[in-house]
Structure formats: C-alpha cells, structure tokens
Design a protein around this ligand. Structure first.
Ligand SMILES: *Cc1c(COP(=O)(O)O)cnc(C)c1O
Length: 385
C-alpha cells in the first residue's frame, strides 16, 4: 500500500495462499478440495478471496453458509461449483437453480420443494444429505433416511443424492479422536443405510481442516477445509498432534495482515487517565499514539489494556479501553514515531509478529472469531508476497 490515503486496511498475501493450498492438496492426496468462504471468507473479504481462488486450479468448490453468500460468489466471477452448507428459506430455493448451486439438505420440506422445482424446470440438481452423527446441529438421523429416500423416488429430476456429508463435533478441541471415530462409524452406518434404500451417494465428505490434517480416514472423495486455507491452525491441539506425528511446522502461512496508521501523538503527564472508564493511569510522563481502529472494526473490546500493536517493529501496549472507532497505545519507549506512521495490528513487522491466535488468547476467544469479526467495510488489498 503506497500513499497514505487509507488509515486502516487489510493486506492479503497471494503467496501465502498458494503455499497453504499446496500443503492442503498434498494432505488431500489428489482429492477434490471445497474451500469454505463463509463469513466474508473468514473475515478476509469475499471479493478478493474469490479472485484469488480463481487462480488456484486445485479448488473445485467453494462452500458458503447462505444463498446470499453464494450469489456474491457468482457476482465475483466464481464459475466452478458452490455448495451451500446452511439453511435456505423454502421460498428462496429457486435460487439453487438460478445460481447453479449444490444445496446441503437436512429437512424433508426442503427436499420436497427442490423436487417440485426440479421437475417443473426439468433440471437436475446435485443435492447433498447432511447426516446426523453426534454433533446434533444440522443433520438427518438415520431412522429418518427412509422418508428422504421416498422423496427422491417421487421426483424424477431429483435423481439420487450426489453427496453425503457430516461435521465433527470434537476434532479440533482434543488430541484424542475417540468421539470423531464414533461419528465416523455412525456416518459409515448411515451411508450403508442410504445404499440399502437405493439412494447411494456418489461422493462422501466429512473433513474440516483439523480432520483433513490429522485423520486420514475422514478424507473420502472431497475435503472441506476452511481456516487452514487462510494459513491458520484450527487449534493448538491440532498443531501439537500434527507435530507429534512428525509433521512440519511451516505448512501454513497467514494470508491476512491488518494495518493502520498513527493519527495523533500526545505527551501526557504522570498520573493521567486514559480513555473511557479511566481504567488506565500513567505512572510516568508518557507518549501515546491514537489509532483509528476500534471494536466496530473487529478489534475486540476484550483486548482493552491487554493487547499490543507493532510500531516500527516494536511492541506498543494498548492503554485504556478500546473504543468503538479509536484506541490508544503507549509509544513512550519507541523513538521516532511520526504522524501517519504505519502500525501493525495483526501480522509481522521487523522480527516480531502478532497473530490472530495471540489476540484470541488475550480476548478469551478463538482465531476463527477474531478473523470472522473483522469488519467487512475495511479496505482489502491483495499483495503478491
Ligand atoms: C466451517 C465448516 C467447515 C470448515 O471448517 P474449518 O475448521 O474452518 O476447516 C467444514 N464443514 C462445515 C460443515 C463447516 O461449517
């Protein structure tokens, strides 16, 4: 980013993305890859990320949560497959045909409506059944499969389900895979049941990032990673398990960096309070930098008086509460800071690096939430390196 017209922006590294996709392709061993771009591509920005995924021939699908997200992917030029993981209002299911989408189905009502619409349009539709295996979120219990089978038989253009999928409940939060194995067994059982009912799926998919990285048996014909594509480990447990099995520590590199600029510098005397609520008080004469970023931008208020930013490659601690659009950091011991100097909120500068993971630890959250909550209105810029 040259020039100083922007005060806060996100940089997206195409080089990091290419490396992450290469690592995931190796893990996937030639299987097709469906990349999750829900929640504005994990906060990275849907438009620039779709543009970058178009340059990655290994990515055959994007997975989205909603019909609206799918529509945006098409607007941004995505012409490969799209799977919709979340619910679609029954009265909006025409969108599946209009946008050429593959819906994940978990209610009979949606399947019936898709049957009516596909027969009317004389158009086939690739449906995926989401099977309940123990997460108790979206999913069809095994005993309900029979009625789904009869709906498939009733509507000619509905054909058979193209895919069968499930989602793990407890694969990134533990180093033990007992529960995951149980879910996998139930999945196998349910697929067998589908086959017996005459609705054998063409492909099976179960693997989020942690499953893909750690658990070979989950990979089947298609894998569905999200967070790792953006260069983040799903959890410390996943990272540790992978390393314990002899895996390398450099297979992922964060795609995103978050930057801002110093918009005011001030000297304050000892014993001065800083910010709302007077939660910080200087103990000595201090230099503060005001930054034009706050919780509305996605910088969590939970980071008040806890986190730090990088200025000239040095750590400047956050002083006082993070406001809606502003925050203050202490630059007393960082010489030479000038107005509009760049500041790193997430990312590397000099020899230091601030990660979404550190921020999550400080805020009592997880990297997924820190990223997904980055404001969609922040400027995004793709950088080659
Ligand atoms: C979000 C999501 C994924 C991707 O999960 P990651 O942990 O980000 O890799 C995969 N499958 C489903 C159903 C999801 O909702």
């Amino acid at each position: 980013m040259n020039g100083k017209t922007l005060l806060t922006w996100i940089e997206l590294s195409e080089k990091a993305l290419t490396r992450n996709i290469a690592s995931l392709s190796r893990l996937a061993g030639g299987r097709r890859i469906a990349v999750s771009v829900k929640s504005n591509a994990y906060g990275h920005g849907l438009a620039p990320m779709v543009g970058m995924f178009l340059n990655q021939p290994q990515v055959s699908y994007l997975t989205v949560h909603s019909l609206e997200e799918a529509r945006l992917c098409r607007q941004y030029g995505w012409d490969r497959r799209i799977m919709v993981l979340g619910p679609i209002p029954l009265d909006s299911l025409e969108g599946v045909f209009e946008l050429d989408l593959e819906p994940v189905v978990f209610t009979k009502e949606a399947l019936r409506r898709l049957g009516v619409l596909s027969n009317k349009a004389r158009t086939k539709v690739r449906t995926h059944l989401k099977l309940e295996t123990g997460t108790h979120r979206q999913g069809i219990p095994e005993k309900a499969l029979k009625s789904f089978a009869s709906i498939y038989k009733r509507y000619r253009y509905l054909g058979k389900p193209y895919g069968a999928g499930m989602h793990f409940a407890n694969i990134e939060d533990t180093t033990s895979h007992e529960y995951a194995q149980k879910q996998l067994n139930r999945f196998g059982q349910a697929v067998k049941q589908m086959t017996a009912l005459g609705i054998k799926p063409t492909i099976r998919h179960t693997a989020c990032s942690a499953a893909l990285i750690l658990f070979e048996k989950t990979r089947f014909e298609l894998v569905r990673p999200g967070i790792s594509v953006y260069g983040h480990w799903p959890s410390k447990e996943t990272y540790l398990s992978y390393r314990l099995e002899g895996g390398r520590n450099d297979i992922f590199e964060p795609v995103l960096a978050w930057k801002t600029r110093v918009t005011q510098i001030k000297e304050v005397p000892a014993d001065s309070f800083v910010g709302y609520g007077c939660t910080y008080r200087t103990t000595a004469r201090s230099r503060l930098a005001v930054l034009p970023v706050g919780y509305a931008d996605g910088y969590s208020r939970a980071l008040s008086n806890l986190a730090y930013v990088l200025v000239n490659g040095r750590r400047a601690p956050v002083r006082g509460r993070v406001c809606m659009n502003l925050m203050m950091v202490d630059i007393t011991d960082i010489p030479g800071v000038k107005l509009e100097d760049p500041v790193t909120l997430i990312g590397g500068e000099g020899s230091d690096r601030l990660s979404a993971e550190q921020m999550a630890d400080l805020a009592g959250s997880i990297n997924y939430e820190i990223l997904a909550r980055l404001s969609p209105t922040l400027e995004r810029a793709v950088v080659p390196s």
